[in-house]
Design a protein around this ligand. Sequence first.
Ligand SMILES: C[S@@+](CC[C@H](N)C(=O)[O-])C[C@H]1O[C@@H](n2cnc3c(N)ncnc32)[C@H](O)[C@@H]1O
Length: 311
Amino acid sequence: MNGVDGEFADAVIAGFRGTPKSVSSRFLYDTRGSDLFEQITELEDYYPTKAEISLLDRYSGEIAELAGAGVRLVEYGSGSSRKTDRLIEALPSIASYVPIDISDSALSQAAARLIARFPDLAVYPLHGDFNQRIDLSAVPDGKTTLGFFPGSTIGNLTRAAARDFLENARPLLGRKSAFLVGVDLKKDLNVLLRAYNDREGVTAAFNMNLLVRINRELDGAFDLEKFVHEAVWNEDEGRIEMHIRSLQVQSVQVLNQRFDFAEGETIHTENSYKYSLEEFQALSRAAGWEPLRSWTDENGLFSLHYLGPAS
Ligand SMILES: C[S@@+](CC[C@H](N)C(=O)[O-])C[C@H]1O[C@@H](n2cnc3c(N)ncnc32)[C@H](O)[C@@H]1O
C-alpha cells in the first residue's frame, strides 16, 4: 500500500472489529486535525487553554525558581508549543527544548517558530508517540530535566495508562527531574459539554476529520452526511467521551473490508478524564512522584501540578 501509514491502517481495522468500535485519539492529529485543534483552543467555549495560560502567566516565575537554572525542557504532545513560550522565557539559562509530538506538521511549524523567536535556544524536535520508547541520547543533559505535559492531554489516557505513563517518565527524565502536568478539573457538566460540543462546530469538524483521514489514507468510503459528532459525559468513569454516531443502518468499505453499522452505533474516538486536585495528586504518588505544588486558576477550572521525584 503506497503512502498508507501501516500503524493507522492496523489501528482502524482492529478498532472497527472491536465492540464497541473505537480508534485511538492520537489519530485525530493529521495536518488538518492539528489545525482544527488550534482553532478549538481559540473558541470562547473551550476554557482549558485560556485557564492553563492564565496559570502559566501567574506561576511561571515560581516554576522557574523550583526548576533552577540550566534546565532541559521536554514537552509531551507539544502541538503548537504556544503555551511553552512562557516557560522558555521564565526558565533561567534554559539548556534545551525537546518538543515531542505525533503530528509532524504541528511539530515542524512549532520548531520553526521557536527557533525564529528564540534564536539562542537549542531545539530538538522528536516526532513520534510519547507512549513508545523515547530516546533522549542525542540531547545534551541539562542540570535538571523538566518534563512538561500541558493541555490535559494526560486526560486522554485511562487512569491506569496515565499512572503507567507517569511512572515510565521517571527513568527517562532522570533522577534530577521534575514534571509539570496540566490537568483539567471536574466541574459543572454544562461547562464541560459546551467545551467538547462548541456552538461553532469546530470540535465536530475535528472529530469528523477522522473519517476524512480514513477516506483519504485508507481508501475509505464514509459518507460524512450519514454520521454525526457526539460528546457525552460518562459519570462512572469521570470522563468526557467523543464519539462518531451512525445516523442509519449502513455498511462502509475501508481497505477493501466491509464494516457494518447499526443505526445509532458509534465509533469511540477520545476520552478526556477529569480529576479533582486530590485525585491527580494520589495518581502521581502511585506513579512514584511527589506533588510539590498544585495550582488552580481563579475560576477553579484547570490545575497545574509540579511533581518532584519521591524520596
Ligand atoms: C490536546 S492537544 C494539546 C496540544 C498542546 N500541548 C496544548 O496544550 O495546547 C494534544 C497534542 O498531543 C499530540 N498527541 C496526541 N497523542 C499523542 C501521542 N500518543 N504521542 C505524541 N503526541 C501525541 C497531538 O498531536 C497534539 O498536539
